[in-house]
Design a protein around this ligand. Sequence first.
Ligand code: PRX
Length: 658
Amino acid sequence: MTQEGADLEARLEEQEAFEPPESFVEQANVTDSGIHEEFEENWPDCWERAADLLSWDEAYDTVLDDGDAPFYEWFTGGELNASYNCLDRHVEDGAADEAAIEWIGELGETRSYTYDELLTEVNEFAATLRSLGVGEDDVVTLYMPMIPELPVAMLACARIGAPHSVVFAGFSADALATRMNSADSEYLVTCDGYYRRGDALDHISKTNEGLAGVEHEVSDVVVVDRLGDDLEHSLAANQHDYDDLVADYEGETVEPVSRDAEDMLFLMYTSGTTGQPKGVKHTTGGYLAYTAWTSRAVLDIEADDTYWCSADIGWITGHSYIVYGPLALGTTSVMYEGTPDYPEKDRLWEIVENYEVDIFYTAPTAIRAFMKWGKEYPEKHDLSSLRLLGTVGEPINPRAWKWYYKHIGNEACPIVDTWWQTETGGMMITTLPGINTMKPGSAGPPLPGIDARVVTASGEEVSAGEAGYVTVDKPWPGMLRTLYNNDERFINEYWQEYSDEETDEWVYFPEDGAKVDDDGYITILGRVDDVINVSGHRLGTMEIESAVVGVDGIAEAAVVGGDHEVKGEAVYVYAIPEDGYDADAELEERAIEGVLDSIGPIAKPEEVLFTPELPKTRSGKIMRRLLEDIASGNELGNTSTLRNPEVVDDIAAQVEDD
Ligand code: PRX
């Protein structure tokens, strides 16, 4: 490194606050520094600004109806269609030939869809779904990887008022069955397979295995042929080839159905404290207004931008910030099928250069991997088109933030570290890139109109520097409306902790720990429930535990997250073998298989440690905190409250041996 380079590194290392670059501020979508106060003073009417970004078939009469809190309703009386807002209106406004989706396949092939072409595909698939009998409010499950037919299917569902439930393609057959059962979903769109690092992966066998576990009759399954001759497969009687079906509806148009603002747009299953995934319900008006507004204000998206969010559409980030938010704003959204290091570790930077990407949004786990691979990969490419960078999904450590800032953004792009959740629908805590100073490692202040605080266990606001829990004291348009078919669990999971039912004061509890500084910047410390965050993916430890305990020969298990350099957290399993079974490699292998079968490769344990006992308190509770410390290699605290302190040494010794 040159002396100049070394000086620069040293300066960056010490710098704790960064101002938005002047060149960015000059063109930013939001530059009014009074916006936080303005939203506070005009709350909840301030949210009309978000609703104004949409085209409504019927104007709403009330911004917020809190008559049946916490079952809040937004923009009531209003009617709209999400697919019309993401497609037709842009075509009508003269953007028919502008690119809507730029898709890049892993093997290097590309597909480009203008708004007009995407609308045509959506119309044809909407007609196809209708012909199969899909009606308004029928839940359609989409079990698909990052292929263009996924957003097409989502928007086709939205067009006919059928809520979609996207199941991440990396999830297992069991996970598909659980979600279809829970949503009573009778229709499925899937594909034969897809490519990963050049190999053709079989997805249809996994689909069929999942379908075997669906308890009700599945009317129709539509199968996209992604692999062509690379995978031979046959279709069952109720299964149809996507292209064959759609061919009958070529050129067909379907009038977008006017949906009530509060009608369900989609369901998204996510992990919680118990083994059963939660079906988060999002609605049409509030969700779309909120994702459009945050896309504009935080990601600074404009119609003529090329914007790229590298998440998978199978998670909420992809729903909100690959599909709905960006397309509602009429921008060009890039969609990449593959992995960041295939065929080479500069794949993403090659795409940024080729497509002249303006805005790039990714997860800290990816940034930590880029750091590990080295700056020579981004340096091979011209990244000067970039204007803004974003991160989401897990806390970003200051070192990774600074690396991203320097080596990807060339110190000329603001970074937005956006904290939010499947349940919140869109971003909640982040700096506004044209206004706020950035502090690496801290997400920033709550967005305008978002009443997020950090409080003690009893609900008092913490003082600066102290740790506490995040709460959100006022509702917002993008919030979940309930858990599908389970209002009671909705209340228990999110509202019970801090609300006062008697005074009708409702406080949302996201189950994250945090601290706050003197400027009101919030640093997220991580989940405080039994959820772990592996590579930005949210996994329930209970789900993994029940998968392990389901394995023959395992009597009891505890699953915790341990620190991991790239993944943030990794899955550690502590298991007690049943009498008569050896704690050997075969049992370990079967425990891992159990997790892969019930959840999928994202939940693959880093290690399975066998132990004759689990550390328990005198009241019989497993000391998870202690197991986390062991997995993370931390100093162990006081173990005197344990019923069986000797097991801790045994387990810790095993970890050291590995
Ligand atoms: O713990 C927080 C973490 O991810 C959780 C939400 O996970 P999920 O519903 O899968 O949504 C992920 C994408 C929005 C949160 O409870 N999280 C998300 N963003 C951040 C974060 N933790 C720290 N900083 C963030 N920017």
